[in-house]
Ligand binder design. Structure first.
Ligand code: SF4
Length: 389
């Protein structure tokens, strides 16, 4: 007897991972509940509101903790969705109180997230928007890690959740928060991942959840000019520009994206950023590189460049990393640079380096697994370059 197997309906696709509800906007959550038949459409808004509050106000990671949700609905939620946190592969605490987490959200997807106390109103969380980066800013350690992929909104929100787990900030405190500000200054260029960054900001700023004001959320870009307007319109977030040079010749080297969007275009887009005012100033980030961009002439050129823009300037002493050729400017040089800006009426704080001992400072972020490989690669490239010369 022969048996014929009908394989026409066998799928080769791997089983789909359940959707993590933490990464859905309110509208997305409501629709997901309807699509999965968790509740009838006419009750979806109310149910989504309940579930939202458990996820984003109370920070629960288990549907069975949702005490005002009926048991059978909890079961249906658990059948279709997850609230699981990603794995925290490593947690480091600097002697200055800075905390850094290496988070693995999926195989090969590792992100570094840093909490810096006493920054902003109480403490700032520096989140990543991509794994690796395509932009290769020459002073930036992260830029030596090639892009793996954009992070999803769930993976961006997860960084905030992991930090709040560690800081014990659930439910969302009304006052005396330790995590008061969010800066998109970790790994990656946020404007190359605007959809997910924008959804994550909608989630993080929702008043019935984590409830961080959009004015305390800053998105830093190296200058993706065509997306600046959309960033302002979609997120109403504060804008920071990774500037670092006052002329195209130097900026082309430090921030190679400048070759595509030179300073003239960038400054025009900044001037047109929605909502810019004295109360909502743009932040210019300026890394202090010895003998490269730190002269008094450069300070005066900077004033000219930003003339008329409501702005403050963050002066960032360069944080060296293995294999890099730049050095940090002398402290006196940085102070002289700051004094010129201050005298012209611009707040220009010198960012005290934080978390240097755990490689958590600006531009030092990089997935642990990539560090050794990238440094070795860079050295090999340098050696090859020297040989060719
Ligand atoms: S500074 Fe930002 S945009 Fe430039 S390489 Fe580093 S992570 Fe990428």
């Amino acid at each position: 007897m022969s048996i014929t197997l009908d394989l026409s309906r066998v799928s080769n696709a791997a089983p789909k991972a359940p959707v993590n509800l933490s990464g859905l906007t309110r509208a997305g959550l409501r629709q997901a509940l309807i699509d999965a038949d968790v509740c009838p459409p006419e009750k979806a808004k109310m149910r989504a509101s309940q579930v939202w509050s458990w996820i984003h106000h109370y920070g629960v990671t288990d549907f069975s903790a949702m005490s005002n949700v009926a048991k059978d609905m909890q079961a249906r939620l658990a059948e279709h969705f997850t609230l699981a946190r990603p794995e925290v592969v490593e947690r480091q605490v600097s002697k200055d109180g800075t905390r850094k987490w290496l988070i693995r959200t999926a195989p090969g997807i590792e992100i570094e997230t840093v909490y810096i106390p006493d920054v902003g109103r109480a403490g700032a969380l520096c989140v990543s928007s991509q794994v690796g980066c395509t932009l290769n800013c020459t002073f930036c350690h992260t830029g030596t890690q090639k892009l793996v992929r954009n992070l999803t909104a769930a993976e961006i929100v997860a960084q905030v959740q992991v930090a709040r787990d560690d800081l014990e900030e659930w439910p969302s405190p009304k006052e005396d928060r330790r995590l008061s500000n969010i800066v998109f200054m970790g790994m990656g260029e946020p404007l190359y991942n605007l959809d997910n960054v924008s959804d994550a900001i909608d989630i993080i700023s929702d008043n019935e959840g984590i409830a961080l004001s959009r004015r305390r959320i800053t998105v830093s870009t190296s200058g993706v000019v065509p997306q600046l307007q959309a960033l302002g319109e979609r997120t109403a977030a504060m804008l920071a520009i990774s500037l670092h040079a006052t002329n195209d010749r130097l900026r082309d080297v430090l921030v190679p994206l400048n070759k595509k969007y030179p300073l003239e275009q960038l400054m025009a887009a900044i001037r047109a950023y929605p909502g810019l005012s004295n109360a909502r100033r743009v932040t210019f980030e300026y890394v202090m590189l010895k003998g490269v961009n730190d002269s008094p002439e450069e300070a005066r050129a900077l004033l000219k460049l930003i003339e008329g823009i409501p702005a403050k300037i963050n002066l960032i002493p360069f944080n060296p990393w293995p294999g890099v050729d730049y050095e940090c400017s002398d402290w006196k040089t940085i102070e002289r640079f700051a004094a010129i800006l201050n005298k012209a009426g611009y707040a220009s704080p010198i960012r005290t380096p934080r978390g240097r001992d755990i490689l958590a400072a600006c531009g030092q972020l990089k997935s642990e697994s990539e560090k050794v490989r990238a440094s070795a690669l860079r050295k090999a490239e340098q050696a090859a370059g020297a040989e060719a010369a």
